[in-house]
Ligand binder design. Structure first.
Ligand code: SF4
Length: 265
């Protein structure tokens, strides 16, 4: 199955303890945005501490340079998601893998061994998921963004039933877990706004390919505190873009930020 057994058990235990979220995507007064600009999920959950990245991209119109870490992130997503997206005949598994990594040139060659391991894990999970009849969709276009003040279409990496799953290509750190929790909260609220079905759980899958590949699953209980945090961040980013306010460079920035050169010379 796409989620390991222990994740389902953990979800059951979490839900047994009750879910009391009042801020729901369908409660208009609770989620109504304060600004007319509607940011994307990745803008709201970006790694920039001051959200200057939104200002640089949307107001100053500085294009993002395609860095190696951005390309690697896309490659890992592609390798993991492809077996879920399409049913690949057994005889064509290796050819499919080669065609994915070949598109990324040297990067695919550099991480070939680790990526192959991730791919085979994904193939096995996808096969089990199909056998068990678990409904999943890969990068579904959810049209629930506008009511919660986000861009029209919201695309989680995977939807398992109504559980949004976000894939991250690095090990969990405190900073990363916080903002990925915000991303799954955005998906949950968008689904709620779209179909009126409560979504109390999200899952974040960390895929690390530094050294031996490691898949780490995290279950996120989407409570009111997280929902409130998301709404505050959404409004902060929307205000920066709407008013063209430059929040200035942060004091500690990830070296992998595509704007590092712009902010720190
Ligand atoms: S370099 Fe720092 S301040 Fe500038 S956009 Fe990146 S994270 Fe934000």
């Amino acid at each position: 199955m796409v989620l390991p057994r222990w994740v389902w058990d953990y979800i059951k235990t979490t839900m047994e303890n009750g879910s009391y979220a009042e801020i729901r995507g369908w409660v208009r007064d609770a989620v109504v945005p304060r600004h007319s600009i509607r940011p994307t999920v990745s803008e709201v959950s970006s790694p920039c501490p001051t959200k200057r990245d939104a200002y640089l991209r949307r107001v100053a119109k500085i294009p993002i340079e395609d860095s190696e870490s951005l390309r690697l992130g896309r490659l890992v997503h592609e390798v993991f998601l492809t077996p879920f997206r399409e049913s690949i005949p057994f005889s064509q598994l290796d050819a499919k893998f080669e065609s994915i990594i070949n598109e990324y040139g040297d990067l695919g060659i550099k991480y070939r061994t680790q990526l192959y391991e991730v791919y085979i894990k994904a193939v096995t999970m996808a096969l089990n998921t199909r056998e068990e009849g678990i409904p999943i969709s890969v990068e579904p276009a959810i049209p629930g963004g506008a009511p919660i003040g986000l861009s029209d279409i919201i695309k989680p990496d995977i939807l398992v039933g109504f559980i949004p799953v976000e894939i991250v290509t690095s090990s969990p750190t405190e900073e990363l877990t916080n903002r990925k929790d915000i991303a799954v909260t955005a998906y949950a609220l968008a689904i709620e706004a779209w179909i009126g079905h409560p979504v109390d759980i999200g899952v974040v899958l960390h895929i690390s390919i530094n050294g031996k590949p490691r898949l780490t699953w995290r279950v996120v209980k989407i409570d009111d505190a997280l929902r409130k945090m998301f709404l505050d961040m959404r409004d902060t980013v929307a205000r920066i873009i709407e008013h063209g306010d430059d929040p200035g460079p942060a004091s500690s920035c990830p070296r992998t930020c595509p704007f590092y050169g712009v902010c720190h010379g």
